[in-house]
Design a protein around this ligand. Sequence first.
Ligand SMILES: Cc1cc2nc3c(=O)[nH]c(=O)nc-3n(C[C@H](O)[C@H](O)[C@H](O)COP(=O)(O)OP(=O)(O)OC[C@H]3O[C@@H](n4cnc5c(N)ncnc54)[C@H](O)[C@@H]3O)c2cc1C
Length: 485
Amino acid sequence: MSHSQQQFENTVTVIGGGVAGMSAACALVEAGFRVQLAERRGYLGGRASSYLHPGVNEVIDNCQHVLFGCCTNLIAFYRRIGVAERIHWTREMTMIEPGGRHSPLGPSWLPAPLHGLPKLLSAHAFTLADKLALARAFRALLRPVPSDATENLGAWLRRNGQTQGAIERFWRLVIASALNADLDTIALPYAAKVIRELFMNSAQAGSMGMSTVPLSELYAGAEEFLRQRGSQVLFNANAESAQWNEQTRQWKLITRTGELLSDFLVLALPFEATAKLLPHLPPAPGADALTSQIQKHEHWPICSVHLWFDRQITDLDHAVLLDREIHWMYNKSRLQPGRKLKGSYLELVVSASRPFAALSREQAIAQSLSELTEFFPLVKEAKLEKAAFVKEVRATFGVPPGIDAARPHAASPWPNLFLAGDWTATAWPSTMESAARSGHLAAEAICTAAGEPRNILAPDLAPSGLMRLVKTASSRNPAPQKADS
Ligand SMILES: Cc1cc2nc3c(=O)[nH]c(=O)nc-3n(C[C@H](O)[C@H](O)[C@H](O)COP(=O)(O)OP(=O)(O)OC[C@H]3O[C@@H](n4cnc5c(N)ncnc54)[C@H](O)[C@@H]3O)c2cc1C
């Protein structure tokens, strides 16, 4: 279908220009709807955006955002808006101990799920007992974990004889930080999903992607995509209330900057912004139940420390830093070469740490520099030119046992109003992939409601190698895509 052809006369207003709202809007435009995307801020991207930090006069990402090969809906969205080639992919990950010893991890020629084994077995970061414990845990997680399992990850690790080294250096650092929560608050099925996707299903599923441009530049592709196809992107349009007209079967959305009429409405908002809007929608049976679902959600923080040095201090693109408060190092001057810096720019990420989020700017920067010196001795000789500390107290929602009952599906208690957002029912943790899935699910629901059902949700990657023989937990997706091994 050409850009200007409209398959339907129907209009949709999408509230929220994060990944959920953008992916819903772009999929709906492709399906022939006319879309109005109303965003409260002056730019797209939501939590996954970048902005000019006034303290350092540099554009910084609202924290490094990584994706993985298994993020099929996010990748489909990137392809749709033409920015997929702006993602740099890697299959290697380097763990560094204080003192500087490296343990590279990554795939080998062995078939999945054994592909990561040779490098894990030769990693200095783990003792033999740690390696045996990890191998036992991975084997146990080959069995499907029921999605309603009530055990938390911490309890499961203790029950499965995990060593202190395996817990601290793998489970806490890699898995709990990917899910951004404490081990004892993570539902086992979510941890099992991350393990399977990142380490077992295929080398492709576990490969890590990072944007080579600041995030808002990446997501500017969505604005262009929508405008070129006759849709509107409205900035500074904070949604304040909405009214349903049963006669015309249309919604009127009242925003700070004006009113928008449409046949369908998508609320693509985080759970707390959804809660704020609900009292300003018409009364509906089921609205109270939705409010109590939202009340069950809790936020977890992510902090990032941004450091500009007068020289290079490492030739690694990124690394996992062991046994300290800082968890991840991203060498942004290498990952985003368009910045053309004389020295180097590193971003350090601390996941799920409320004590670190309570530090002042000066304390956080001092602690980061002192820890960084233990991993990269060149830091001692380098001149720190500028630094920023960014705390996102409401970074992600937690996934404790039982959380699925508090994640609503796209259909809502109101006619022609659909819900999206990373926290809705996608079976994925708080990630850009969950947001993209939710957007695609909402778009599918609208197509169905408009009498033109179509598949928009991208299928999961099929497991490769021996993992093809392993029974997986049930998936809501249609046919899986093929993965390489
Ligand atoms: C520090 C940090 C690090 C992260 N790291 C990663 C990572 O490495 N990988 C990963 O996959 N995910 C990561 N995430 C999570 C990821 O950013 C989110 O899961 C995802 O971006 C959520 O998208 P969303 O569209 O559901 O919500 P949001 O991004 O929150 O978008 C909602 C949008 O709605 C707008 N809005 C709110 N209220 C209104 C209103 N009344 N009217 C109009 N607009 C409104 C907001 O301004 C926002 O633009 C991270 C998050 C943070 C904060």
